[in-house]
Design a protein around this ligand. Sequence first.
Ligand code: FE
Length: 510
Amino acid sequence: MSVATTAAGSAADATAADPTAQPGAYDRADWASAFRNVGLELDDVPLTAARGTIPAELQGTLYRNGPGRLERGGQWVHHPFDGDGMITALRFEGGQATLRNRFVRTEGWQAEEQAGRFVYRGVFGTQKPGGPLANAFDLRLKNIANTHVVRLGDQLLALWEAAEPHALDPDTLETRGLSRLDGLLKPGEAFSAHPRFDPGHHGARRMVTFGVKAGPRSTIRLMEFAAGDGPDGVKAGDLLCERRDSFKGFAFLHDFAITPNWAVFLQNAIDFNPLPYVLGQQGAAQCLKSRPGGMGQFWLIPRESGAFAGQEPQILPAPEGFVFHHLNAFEQADGTVVLESIVYSDFPSIGPGTDFREVDFERIPEGLLERFTLDPVAGSVSRERLSERTCEFAMVNPHRVGLEARHAWMAVAERATGNDPLQALIRRDLQTGEVREWSAAPRGFVSEPVMVPRPGGTSEHDGWLLCVVWNGARCSSDLVILDAASMEQVAVVELPLAIPHGLHGSFVEG
Ligand code: FE
């Protein structure tokens, strides 16, 4: 893995990505070796940097979530998204770091630990042993709490978008249980795995999130929570405002974006045919299919504290393509809304017969960064592609969420075009297109990078980029700390834990 050498871990301009690199320049066995069970739960293990130095100013905890259990009783999950949520906490203080990890004690995890086999069906196609007959009409959802982890008030929330969050102790990672947020959520109510943290557009910091009730008409419940204690007795975690809006069609919404005045959704042109799911032949998510010739829609929902509070949503036509994740959104002086998103040419459906470890990257669409400009008055939308390089997991400086940001950090494929696993991290200057890069190729595979601003920093790119990297040479995980401005390597910590390819995480200062 190249992080083992200073030269391969150095920063470079985007043009340094080798345009002659062939698909398969990585070893598929290295990539697939990250699909494994986590067999350890560690308690505050002290870490030392194998290379470089952990910055003394870096103070707080990086929480990561992702599937940690992919096999039971010799049966593999059909898709890694069906793996049970495992939280990793990396704490930094005074140049020292420790690691703790825990599985989320969901009802499903506990039952399956006891049974030694799958006793629930997975949304992404994992079936219980015994074939369709054993699975038909079993419509229980296994809330696996594996998608994201955020701090709200005195608890961590392990998120999974189709049902309630699980509450965890932020220090011990002990599972407190399924949380209905003090009765706010009904049993089983959907609660997105993609909250956005408003840095203070309406005073104090807020967590803005949503839940979707999908059907022939779909309802979005938009909720805003206080992220910290405030005046007038407001406590962190208190619901400040909410609204519900219904739209025609089946809504598949994984993520959204916020501006001071809008919550911005992209409704993909997706249909849901539940029959194979009900009959025990497929997982629910496998029954999602793109609608041939169908067009998506942008839904702009006015935020209750914004200038358009109480008004109806604006609906605008969306171009072809499919979006899981957005980078950011912001408003321009003329009232237009800019949304930056990672766009796929089509919905990457999960075939019933494919082994996820054998996926042919060449045959599935890649994510590309695009910018949409939405004009709510004229009802028009324009579209611009910002890069041809495969990317995912993008973010801006947390202080710029909802505002125009100069810089974006994201995971990218090693070569300049074509679909491959994510092996490099970049900072992209959104104004000039300049790119600074750090690569873990050929044997390293990156996960979602998290940008942490330097305390008291004055420029938007002043801080660090934290990333858990799968080290194919060690068959284990490394924590990589980069300088967020230069993308130079600051430290590599070889973790005593092998963490499968993960999903989302967040940094909590303090
Ligand atoms: Fe996501």
